[in-house]
Structure formats: C-alpha cells, structure tokens
Design a protein around this ligand. Sequence first.
Ligand code: GTP
Ligand code: MG
Length: 314
Amino acid sequence: MGMFDKLKSALTKTKDVLRTDVRDLFKAGVILDDAKLEEFFRGLVTTDMGVVAAQSIVDELKAKFGGRTVEPDDVWGVVKGKLKEILRGEGDCNWDVTDPLSPLNLAEEGPTVILVCGVNGVGKTTSIAKLANYLQKAGKKVVLAAGDTFRAAAVAQLTMWSERLGCEIVTKPAGTDPAAVAFEGCDRGVESGADVIIIDTAGRLQTHQNLMQELGKIHRVIGKRIPGAPHESLLVLDATTGQNGLSQATKFSEAANCTGIVLAKLDGTAKGGVVVAIREKMGIPVKYVGVGEQIDDMELFSPDDFVDALFSDV
Ligand SMILES: Nc1nc2c(ncn2[C@@H]2O[C@H](COP(=O)(O)OP(=O)(O)OP(=O)(O)O)[C@@H](O)[C@H]2O)c(=O)[nH]1
Ligand SMILES: [Mg+2]
C-alpha cells in the first residue's frame, strides 16, 4: 500500500463519521440552509476537530453558499481549503513530504538527540522503533537509550526492537535514574559516532508533579552532556483519546520543552479530526502520525495529504 492509501485506510473510522452524517447534506441542487449547516457542524465536531475549527468552516460555507443551491464539489472544495489553511498554521509544517526526516530538527554537528515522552501506553516505544527505522533507512546510525527504567518489560521491549532494527541500545537495570540512562545514551552516541540518539522514557501522568520534574531533569542532563540537546523533544499522544489527550500536552510541553507531536493510533479512531484541534490549541506541530502497529506504520504529517485522505470518497 502506498503512503496515501495507508493514511486513507487509517482514517476509515473518521471518514465513516463524515460519510454517514453528511454525505446527503450537499447534494447537487439542494439549498444550503441553516439546518443543513448545523448538521454538518455536528458531523465535524464528532470527529473531535473542536468547535472553533468546525465553526470557522461552517461560517465560510454560509458566507459563500448560504441560502443557495450548491454543487457538492464546490462545497467540499471550500471545506478542504479551510481545513488545509488551519492545519498549515504559520507554515511551520511545510516540510518536504518526500523526505520522512524533514520534520526533524537535526543537529548541525555531532549527534542529534531525540527525547520521547508521553502518558502511559500512548505509543512511545513503538513510535521510537518506527522513527529509528526511518532514520536507518536514510543511512543514519542510531543509538537507542532505554530510559524507561520503571518497568523491566519496557527495557525488554526496546531491546527487542533494537535487535530487529540492528541498532545499538543502552540499557541499565530497572530502578536506575532515567537521567543517568539518558546521559549514558548520549555518551555512547558520541563515542560511537552515531547520527541520532533516541531516548525512551517511562509513561507518566501529567498530574504527577514529581514525574514531570523527573522529565525536566532528563532534559537538562541531556543538555549538559551535549550542548543544545535534545534537538527534538517529541510528545506522543494517543489519537483514540481525541481532544481529552490535549490536556496532557501543556504540562508535558512545559516539562520537556516539546518541539513536536507524534499522534499515534490514528488508525483505531473515529476522532482523527483531533489533528485539527491540536493545531488550533497548541503551539507545537504534529510531525508524525502512527497508522498501525508495524514498524513502517508511521507517516510524516502533511496537512494536504491528511485533508485529501479524510475527504476522499466521502
Ligand atoms: N493501532 C495502532 N497501535 C499502536 C500504534 N502505536 C502503538 N500502538 C500499540 O499501542 C500499544 C502501546 O504501545 P507502546 O509503544 O508500548 O506505548 P508506550 O507509550 O511506550 O507505553 P508505556 O511505555 O507503557 O507507557 C502497543 O500494543 C502498540 O502496538 C499505532 O499507531 N496504531
Ligand atoms: Mg514504552
């Protein structure tokens, strides 16, 4: 399956919401009145894109077509155009869609360090494996650091991925200070001439202040070993939690100075519109989306592809 088809298929559940709710609203020759716009608004909100974005789309439709008969293609053209505009934001996600590494802020010299954090079970470790796979395919030498020392199984999980990927991994016994693992991961990366060091962390709740402080410490320790690092601090969010996941983002962003979001599990949810809400509410761009459990089930986030996939055959 090509990238676009994979994205389309991942968005199936979200597309279903739009398909069943709104397909009949914009038939050729039908007058676009307030009742239809209200129903469309509800359909959009059901995808978890947030009321602000949904309202701005409906407002634009009303201004352009309100009270008139419509051509479906014209309506969808406006909807897609507006969504793309919102998702492009300030233009900070206009990366090269042909290069999966282009969203990453790579170090100019020496290894790039990527710190990965998020709530329990959102998809951090799997996303790290997917990212490492992309990097290795591009010829980069990767070192992983198993900074989730909270659970022994977490080290085993990342070790399994490192073996499958054939990349080096730094591990320490369960209970070790995760900042020490991160430090050693950086050490090892520098010594071995790695291009990228990716540091896993234990899942944590944003409400646990001590764990948030621990994350801040990991971030600081990395910067002590490699000035300017981490170059990327990725927050992984679980798309299936929709907008509820957004409350996590601010606290993590404060603690780990997040530079990008990986939205995992987009394939399992009808709330794919959450990408739009993230864009509207947070200052951090979505850089990658997870579309399955396999190693190559992650895609660079492109506003155009996302919107086109979302509205293909609606
Ligand atoms: N369908 C789907 N499943 C995913 C995706 N990403 C991760 N998963 C699954 O989600 C589960 C949790 O993934 P992990 O990578 O272990 O999550 P984590 O955030 O590291 O979890 P903790 O370390 O326990 O906090 C696993 O079963 C993964 O296979 C995705 O994009 N799509
Ligand atoms: Mg994990």
